[in-house]
Design a protein. Sequence first.
Length: 339
Amino acid sequence: MEYSEVIKNARGCIGPYCKACNVCNGVVCKNTIPGPGGKGTGDLAIRNYRKWQEVRINMDTLCEQKSVQTKAKLFGKTFDYPFFAGPVGAVKLHYGDKYEEQEYNDILVSACSKNGIAAFTGDGTDPVVMTEATKAIQNAGGAGVPTVKPWDLGTIREKMELVKKSGAFAVAMDIDAAGLPFLQNLNPPAGSKSVEELKEIVKMAEIPFILKGIMTPGAAYKAKEAGVQGIVVSNHGGRVLDQCPSTAEVLPSIVEAVGDEMKIFVDGGIRSGVDLFKALALGADGALIARPFVTAVYGGAAEGVAAYIRKIGEELKDTMAMCGAFSISEIQKDMIWKY
């Protein structure tokens, strides 16, 4: 199955908000929540995508011809590629009735694991979302990263027990989810966390803890102080605060601040292996891609996920070969050009 076929299939079952566009750039679904759109004007999801397109590639084929190796290590695990499926919760609410939460997560987590990467899973206002996500990870032998919303500490403690039971190799929290419109004024409450609260959450986890939603060097320093092992440079796909900079714009300063002290991932508008190469050249250790993996599941189930992983992986390999980088560690900042 080719990814073009996956997209075509998805259009018949993913509505009404997502349109399974050829390129998921935030334009058609602008400002649709519920749905995959951005908050406010919806401009930020669009900016995320466009700013990666402004970064260009410096081609250099004056080099020895060798095979390209794309393997990457994360917290003791080796993956075929340095990208991962991003967390998406409540797929039935945002993407349509085709899948219940458990079925979606079972397909995504298992297919990612079988095709050499890992999936981050989502959380939601319904406790079943996290319960089913961690079951899917447990069924895949722990090959996934559950992502917990920034609930109150009591609720987080309960969810961490589910995480431990799953055998997951790492756990994440999307701290920026504090700004999601549908998480406001709920029980359990969700919101921002102090450094002291984060320290307690990191201790609860007992496995590598990744904090998603970092957009400034200052926030990265606070994450470091709290003891997190990894961060995701992310504005939640433009869904939590309008008029922020894109992740491509802020990534270099965050890498400069803490790049030698923790794993740094980035998401937001990365839609090809070429985009992934740019993120790695800017100093990221890896990237998360979220919305297109939903399209992959809806349009082809496990085959759709495999097709998308293959597409991104082949594009990355081609870009690396054309720039003279034959392993992930050889990708350097001078291989890209910004104007």
